[in-house]
Design a protein. Structure first.
Length: 355
């Protein structure tokens, strides 16, 4: 299958997928090494303290089995020093490729340079390094996350009121993308809404504390944007304590939109506890992270363009491409928001509905 159509003439970037590409790319037999055995790929799990990342961790070995890949795995627990150390372990174990999700997207650059010097290709999933070379970035359009959340809350509040944005870590491209896009969209499309940005560093206890403090000073807040489901439990607890878990038809209702699409969020939408989420594809991160790593080992090439798995490859900068996987806005009724389609919370196509 064609993981990307060759639409940008003259651009040749060493990227790929596990299947043959359009027009002149490497064939399926391109080398997995002497003897054609299974490629050994090291996968570093970035953390295991959220439902989203625990789901990703479950999907990785399933995808490896389907793709004929041998795995070595580590868990850096949201610590860049651990990730650097884990990478050294992978090198000593003789891996032929590495999949990682660096949460500090600046500090990983020297490690990427070391892997490049050893001709060990790297695929990053979920995050994109600020500098350095990787074979492929596999993530969704995180600016779209912020824009979709803005349009949802702005529409539901009729363009007026106060909202809290529980930001992720701003040392991460994801936190920056979501924050900047949400803020820019609000300023442009809903200038009558006041946004309180609260930095949380992706920490649940910090998010809960800051949200509690914000409600104490601004009890008329009527919208919350959580940049990840890490803040879900604390947000629901605070709304319950303040008697704000009421139907959307009640003027006291606080509209809540999240990012991730974990099963608990989908259930919460159905139960009326939150209003929307962006489904970040944990299953596709696992599959395509490994597919691209395997393709790199096989010496395949890739160029920007639409893929046959519903995404688009873009050129981020010279020598760096990103496969932007689909991440739909999920709502109770699946009705369009600000003219954009949404998906019903019980749609079986959502990874959070697939067990």
């Amino acid at each position: 299958m064609n993981h990307g159509r060759l639409v940008s003439a003259g651009l040749t970037v060493l990227l790929g997928a596990t299947a043959a590409l359009t027009a002149g790319c490497g064939d399926r037999g391109a080398g997995t090494g002497a003897g054609g055995g299974k490629p050994l790929i090291g996968v570093d799990y970035p953390r295991s303290d959220t439902d989203f990342w625990n789901s990703y961790i479950r999907y990785v070995p399933q995808s490896a089995g389907q793709l004929g890949i041998d795995l070595k795995t580590t868990n850096s627990q949201n610590d860049i020093a651990n990730l650097i150390s884990n990478t050294q372990t992978f090198i000593s174990q003789g891996v032929k490729g590495v999949v990682m999700a660096p949460q500090d997207t600046a500090a990983i650059a020297p490690t990427l340079a070391q892997l490049e010097s050893r001709k060990i290709p790297v695929v990053t999933i979920d995050t994109r390094p600020d500098t350095g070379t990787v074979f492929m970035v596999v993530r969704a359009d995180n600016r779209a996350y912020g824009t979709k959340a803005c349009q949802f809350l702005g529409s539901k509040l009729g363009g007026r009121g106060k909202v809290v944005m529980l930001q992720g870590g701003l040392d991460s491209i994801n936190g920056r993308d979501r924050t900047e896009a949400f803020s820019e969209c609000m300023a442009k499309e809903f200038p009558g809404i006041k946004v309180f940005g609260e930095a949380t560093d992706w920490k649940a206890d910090v998010a809960a504390s800051k949200l509690q403090t914000r409600f104490a000073s601004d009890p008329d807040v009527r919208g919350v944007y959580m940049q990840s489901s890490f803040a879900l439990s604390g947000t629901l607890q605070i709304l319950k304590q303040r008697g704000l878990q009421v139907p959307p038809t009640d003027p006291k209702h606080v509209f809540v939109v999240s990012n991730d699409g974990i099963p608990e969020e989908l259930k919460n939408i159905g139960d009326g506890l939150i209003d929307a989420t962006v489904s970040q594809p944990a299953d596709l991160y696992a599959r395509y992270g490994l597919e691209y790593a395997k393709a790199a080992i096989e010496g395949k090439t890739f160029r920007p363009g639409p893929t046959d798995h519903g995404s688009t490859i873009i050129q981020v900068r010279d020598g760096l491409l990103e496969d932007q996987l689909p991440a739909p806005l999920v709502t109770l009724d699946g009705a369009p928001v600000a003219g954009q389609p949404t998906v019903r919370y019980d749609d079986p196509s959502l990874w959070g509905r697939q067990g």
